[in-house]
Design a protein around this ligand. Structure first.
Ligand SMILES: Cc1cc2nc3c(=O)[nH]c(=O)nc-3n(C[C@H](O)[C@H](O)[C@H](O)COP(=O)(O)OP(=O)(O)OC[C@H]3O[C@@H](n4cnc5c(N)ncnc54)[C@H](O)[C@@H]3O)c2cc1C
Length: 240
């Protein structure tokens, strides 16, 4: 894995499984569930109860999972992975635009920042294309591609120096420039993303990204994530 890839938690609802339990319980409780808050099961028991009553046996009662929220910070992923994530409309984003964030391109051009902090190129190795045809990405090719990125940074700096706006000059930046973004999701939409973007045949970098997301999900909602891992993770179920 590229050591720079990261998915960090900025914020997350506390006791998320208890929140789901309270929402579920309100569906069939006569009383205001708030008044019974001292009797709510603890986080672990809540997790087990919501799995049993809402998810197990393909029940599909996902509504209560829309209440707990998580805000994640994705760092150093190639632009292509960000593009894939941004196709999803049930989550919210803030993404570096390169209208305001071209400084690191200039710093690479000036030799002040490591090229590989700013651009992602796959490691040297054996790969296959979407049709299964195998090929090698050699050290020589990779060095040539690093040189290409370096030259692009220099051209970018030259054009900005000539007065071009960042929104104009950014078209010169190679496609797999690293990008950071913030994404917020609820537990339901997070599982939807993991379903669709965590399939085995996704692009390697997307696969690593979903593994890092899944690790955060496990820490946040252990009982629900355990059910998810057994029933849906990497199995590629698709929403209608
Ligand atoms: C392997 C793969 C390859 C892809 N290739 C391309 C590509 O080449 N080009 C490209 O543009 N996109 C591509 N996509 C993106 C894909 O077409 C979807 O736009 C993206 O995956 C969003 O997921 P979603 O449809 O589940 O909706 P989300 O936006 O994640 O919404 C979640 C769910 O909400 C519901 N929903 C949301 N919006 C609507 C709506 N308007 N109407 C009805 N229901 C709605 C649906 O049930 C949906 O599943 C690809 C996706 C995958 C997984």
């Amino acid at each position: 894995m590229d050591e720079r890839f990261t998915v960090e938690v900025i914020s997350q609802s506390l006791n998320p499984q208890q929140i789901i339990y309270a929402a579920m319980h309100q569906d069939y409780a006569e009383e205001l569930v708030w008044d019974q808050r001292d009797q709510w099961p603890d986080e672990q028991n809540s997790g087990e109860l919501v799995v049993k009553n809402l998810l197990q046996g393909n029940r599909g009662h996902y509504g209560p999972f829309e209440h707990p929220q998580i805000v994640l910070n994705f760092g150093y992923f190639p632009h292509s992975t960000m593009q894939q994530m941004r196709t999803h409309r049930n989550v919210s984003f803030d993404v570096q635009s390169f209208r305001y964030t071209g400084q690191r391109i200039l710093e690479v051009a000036e030799g002040k920042q490591d090229l590989e902090d700013v651009f992602y190129l796959r490691p040297v190795g054996s790969y296959s294309d979407r049709q299964g045809k195998k090929y090698d990405y050699t050290a020589e090719q990779r060095q040539q591609d690093l040189d290409w990125c370096q030259q692009a940074c220099q051209r970018y700096a030259e054009r900005v120096g000539q007065g071009l706006a960042e929104e104009h000059a950014r078209g010169l930046i190679p496609f797999d420039v690293r990008q950071h973004w913030v994404m917020s999701a609820n537990a339901r939409s997070l599982m939807h993303l993991l379903d669709i973007r965590g399939k085995f045949d996704v692009q390697i970098e997307t696969r690593i990204m979903t593994e890092l997301m899944f690790t955060q999900f496990q820490q946040w909602m252990p009982e629900v994530a355990s059910w998810y891992e057994k029933t849906r993770w990497r199995k590629g179920p698709l929403a209608p």
